[in-house]
Design a binder for this molecule. Structure first.
Ligand code: 5GP
Ligand code: ZN
Length: 113
C-alpha cells in the first residue's frame, strides 16, 4: 500500500533499524521503545491489522511466531518476553499494518492498562 508507513519501511523508503528479514516478514526496532528490548515483526504483505487476518492469509502469523522464537533465542531473552498485536482504537493500534510487538528486558505488568 503506497501510503502505509510499515510498507514504506519494508520497501526501504523510510529508514529503520533492521533486525531480521526473509521473504515473508520484516523485523525492526520500535522507534519509541517501551522496554529495554522492543522490536516489531510485520508481514511483507499489507494486512491492515489483526481483524484483517483470514484463513487465506493467516499462515504468515504462524511464521512470524516462529521467527520471534528464533530472534528471542538469538537475543538471549531467557527471562521471557511479551508478544502484542494491538487491534483498532480500543486496542491501541496506531499503524494500519499488522505488526507484532516483542517486549523484553523488564517485568511487564499484567493486566495491561
Ligand atoms: P501500535 O500502536 O499500532 O500497536 O504500534 C505502532 C508502533 O510503531 C509504535 O510502538 C510506534 O512507536 C512504532 N512506530 C511508529 N512509527 C515508527 C517508525 O517510523 N519507525 C519505527 N521503527 N517504529 C515506528
Ligand atoms: Zn502496509
Amino acid at each position: 500500500m503506497s501510503d502505509c508507513l510499515f510498507c514504506k519501511i519494508i520497501a526501504g523508503e523510510i529508514p529503520s533499524k533492521k533486525l531480521y528479514e526473509d521473504e515473508l516478514c520484516y523485523a525492526f526496532y520500535d522507534i519509541d521503545p517501551q522496554a529495554p528490548t522492543h522490536f516489531l515483526v510485520v508481514p511483507k504483505e499489507h494486512i491492515s491489522g489483526p481483524s484483517a487476518v483470514t484463513e487465506e492469509n493467516a499462515a504468515v502469523v504462524g511464521h512470524i511466531y516462529a521467527v520471534i522464537a528464533k530472534l528471542a533465542s538469538e537475543l538471549k531473552l531467557e527471562n521471557g518476553y511479551r508478544v502484542v498485536a494491538n487491534c483498532g482504537a480500543d486496542g491501541g493500534q496506531t499503524v494500519g499494518h499488522l505488526h507484532f510487538h516483542v517486549l523484553a528486558g523488564r517485568s511487564l505488568a499484567w493486566p495491561p492498562g
